[in-house]
Design a protein around this ligand. Sequence first.
Ligand code: 16G
Ligand code: MG
Length: 554
Amino acid sequence: MNEEQQSLLLNSSSRFSPPQGVKLSYGTAGFRADASLLPSTVFRIGILAALRSLQTRSVIGIMITASHNKVSDNGVKIADPNGGMLSQRWEPFADALANAPSPQNLILLINEFVEKEGISLDGVGVVEVLLGRDTRPSGDALHEAAKQGVTSIVGAVATDMGILTTPQLHWMVRARNMGMRASEKDYFEQLSSSFRCLVDLVPTEKIKFDGVNDKVVVDGANGVGGVKLKDLGRLLNSLAIEVRNSSEDGGILNDGVGADYVQKEKVVPHGFGSKDAWIRCASLDGDADRLVYFIVPPESSGRIDLVDGDKILSLFALYIKEQLNFLNEKEDLNQARLGVVQTAYANGASTNYLKQLGLEVNFTPTGVKYLHEKAAEFDIGIYFEANGHGTVLFSESFIEWLEARTNKISSGSKDSEGEKAALRLLAVSKLINQAVGDALSGLLLVEVILQHMGWSIHRWNELYHDLPSRQLKVKVADRTAVVTTNAETVVVSPPGLQEAINEETDKYPQGRCFVRPSGTEDVVRVYAEASTQETADTLANSVAKLVDQFLGSN
Ligand code: 16G
Ligand code: MG
């Protein structure tokens, strides 16, 4: 690097010292920690984003959020040129940068890395990094740190996109790199117009309004999603959305609210109660990339019936499969490959249901990046984690095919079911976020599919019955001692642990159990499923004991 570049970096990085005695890791989905520990990390991620932008000659995104973590935490993650997660090849560099002890050390690392990656730091041309942040109070200061990082690479500029949901930022990065309009207004317009298009294609005999089913009530986790959903809702006249726990209500972010709380605790979030019995309710997480639905049974004393990511996936799969059947029925025009992707956390009943539909079910390790990558192998790939992260991906060639098919229609009639199916699938590809799972677009797709089917949330929830399950965490001396394979379903190390788990699991009808090291917390997680809640609990507890025996506690 030349002298100008070097002194720029030395100067700016001397203003952001890394915290002492803390080791930070990019983890499953970016850095997360108490916000006070993060300025230097976010600054350095600014540098990394600028380098990635130089290498790819594309727009890159930085999102400042800690999703469902408590309000005093924050975090940072990168959106790659296609709007997806940062290339996994760059993650070790992110770790090394974040933990470099001094500005000199940082420069050494950058020099080494740009040489290895063939990135030229000659300052020729301008590259751009888009910055987004959620509603956390620490967001402004961290935004400033990111900006300083980006602009300490000659030729890189940072554009403030303001307060956004994570999926909005990813959507914008993708749109910009595809030469499309990419403002927040464009995002809302694309979602609302494709939603309206799908509503117009709902079979007329299915349209019914019965008072209870017209409205969806959404828990916004006291985060950014609630406010954005209100903005989006104003553009939709065929759907009534009531938002509670929006960040304007004064409640605390993710405190007794939000998709993570609802899914893990299976209890009503703040602001919901017996008055909501039988109503269709949904919950977003703090940065609105997760969505779950729930039902409050009457006299439930706080418990809910959870309609989780697996059920959202099943609903999407059913609808899309129906459209593909319409397409193929008469004309045999297209043999699109439809695939679904789940993780080991998917309830066994959902997997059975999907297989009974005749679908190809694939498994990957936990974490959006793995599911997304697998789903991208299909013409239509639907992926969801049980916790509500997921989306539907369409291949470029299938979208082109649909466009050609629907162009033919616009010049002629659009009466046949095959033609309507092509229009619907094209609208779905525009509605559902192609960059990353997005609670807002997911919610609109669920809503229009329920209208299409003429279903209440109860009818949807009855697609199959979840097997009882239990999740536990075990504190161990070193969680990295647990090494797994087969999409985290089999432990290969420490030796003997898997055999012991198998022996235990075999004792329970419909028993299934796996353990894996968490990617976000210093624990080993245990998941167990069995035919009754009692046996699922017993299985989870016995396996937690095995983990403790094999790995020992601190
Ligand atoms: C992160 C992942 C999520 C995964 C969770 C697992 C993204 C955007 N988020 O939140 O997909 O389910 O980690 O956490 O990839 P765990 O490793 O602690 O169980
Ligand atoms: Mg999130």
